[in-house]
Design a protein around this ligand. Structure first.
Ligand code: URA
Length: 427
């Protein structure tokens, strides 16, 4: 087989065989196919798309690029959750310990930030000392012992996704439903889970801008997940404004602690409970969503979920007392009065990246304490001088004026209160 022929075939809109896809993925994972050829292939997929059969083959080839874990000896089904990516979407940080406290074993494999969105792995890495590069057997041992492990892709587990994920991030090839589907499901299949609750994000801060494309992504995820024997539940949720208040790695860890203390932002709490309830029902820890919510709420009230989060961090070497804090804080104030009637969420994600919370290149290191805390969101009333957000940073050479202007430009202010009611969960 010839890699250039495979790229040309896809560039010309032809279908690839499972053998060709496997050849490409194995070659890239082993280092025989260079970044530039894979980047070219990804761009061809971005423009030409892939059929369901090709997406199934891609997911399989990526899952089989490393070991597939066998989660023997765990009490109960292993149900995971994954989001297709958003701004301020640190839900997994609170949700994983919460459902683990409810008795569901959790082995969550997550990724780094992608495009303008944050990644659970980067958020976890903001806790000094925390190791997310556990081997499969270490992760499994930990789940048997404390009921939870949160890890990233490694050379052993999902190595193809580890490399392709970073390459897509740096080459503008994230927003394709087959690439997103294969990336998410290959990790989950490799982690050996039984079921998956997917949060497909939809809106101006998501990779799927509207309901039609979000439905397309949901459909392909369901089809490929089921084909691989996974129990699946897919929610489509809003990303037309950031979730919660915090955007940035250590800021989102702090917010997760607030959530587990019952003091998180309302939208964040609601989505955590909604996704958690789906996980408990799928994992047969509750008969109905209502019963599941009650269980989850009681685990927040009695602090068992918070204790589980601290135990997870400590077991993986994290020192939460040393969570970094930015040296500088700047309040961005509004000069207009009215109501927030829109937020350009992608631009807000890019503001966080400019502060140091995200990458421009694969090898960029992050400023873990950089980011934003939003003080106002959709529908809120504004008076001149009201704080819109606080930005946190360490790098004194940042173009702060430009960053503040970019943030202000991302907030649409109208004279009258928006009539549409904010909808968090579409279905
Ligand atoms: N999450 C992933 O793991 N991969 C994607 O491509 C998008 C979201």
């Amino acid at each position: 087989m010839n890699v250039i022929e495979i790229i040309i075939k896809k560039r010309n809109g032809q279908s690839l065989s499972a053998a060709e896809i496997k050849y490409l993925i194995d070659g890239y994972t082993s280092g025989n196919i260079p970044d530039y050829q894979m980047a070219s292939f990804l761009m061809a997929v971005y423009f030409q798309g892939m059929s369901l059969a090709e997406t199934i083959a891609l997911t399989k080839a990526m899952a089989c690029s490393g070991k597939i874990l066998k989660l023997n000896g765990l009490k109960g089904m292993v149900i995971d959750k994954h989001s297709t990516g958003g701004v301020g979407d640190g839900i997994s940080l609170a949700l994983a310990p919460l459902v683990s406290a409810a008795g569901l074993p959790v082995l969550m494999m997550s990724g780094r930030g992608l495009g303008h969105t944050g990644g659970t792995l980067d958020k976890l890495a903001s806790v000094p000392g925390l190791n997310t590069s556990l081997t499969g057997s270490q992760a499994l041992k930990q789940v048997r012992k404390i009921g939870i492990a949160m890890i990233g892709q490694t050379a052993e587990l999902s190595p193809a996704d580890k490399k392709i994920y970073a390459l897509r991030d740096a080459t503008g090839t994230v927003e394709n439903i087959s690439l997103i589907c294969a990336s998410i499901l290959s990790k989950k299949i490799a982690a050996g889970i039984d079921g998956l609750v997917l949060d497909v994000k939809c809106g101006n801060g998501a990779f799927m801008p509207d309901l039609a494309t979000a439905h397309d992504l949901a459909a392909i995820l369901k089809a490929v997940g089921k084909k691989n024997g996974l129990k699946m539940k897919v929610l489509i949720t809003d990303m037309n404004q950031p979730l919660g208040k915090a955007i940035g790695n250590s800021l989102e860890i702090k917010q997760a602690i607030d959530v587990l203390q019952g003091n998180g932002p309302a939208d964040f709490m609601e989505l955590t409970l909604a996704l958690g309830a789906e996980m408990l029902v799928l994992g047969k820890k509750a008969g109905t969503g209502r019963e599941a919510r009650k269980i989850l709420q009681s685990l927040i009230a009695n602090r068992r979920a918070l204790d589980k989060f601290y135990l997870l961090l400590k077991t993986q070497g994290g020192k939460i007392q040393q969570l970094p804090q930015a040296r500088h804080e700047l309040e961005i104030k509004t000069t207009a009065r009215g109501y927030i009637c829109g937020m350009n969420t992608r631009e807000i994600g890019l503001v966080a990246a400019m502060l140091g919370a995200g990458r421009q290149k694969k090898e960029d290191s992050l400023d873990y304490s950089a980011g934003l805390i939003l003080h106002k969101k959709f529908g809120d009333e504004l008076r001149v001088g009201d704080p819109l957000a606080s930005i946190y940073y360490n790098n004194e050479t940042l173009p702060l004026k430009e960053i503040a202007q970019k943030f202000i430009a991302a907030i649409k202010i109208g004279k009258i209160k928006p009539e549409v009611k904010y909808s968090l969960i579409y279905q």
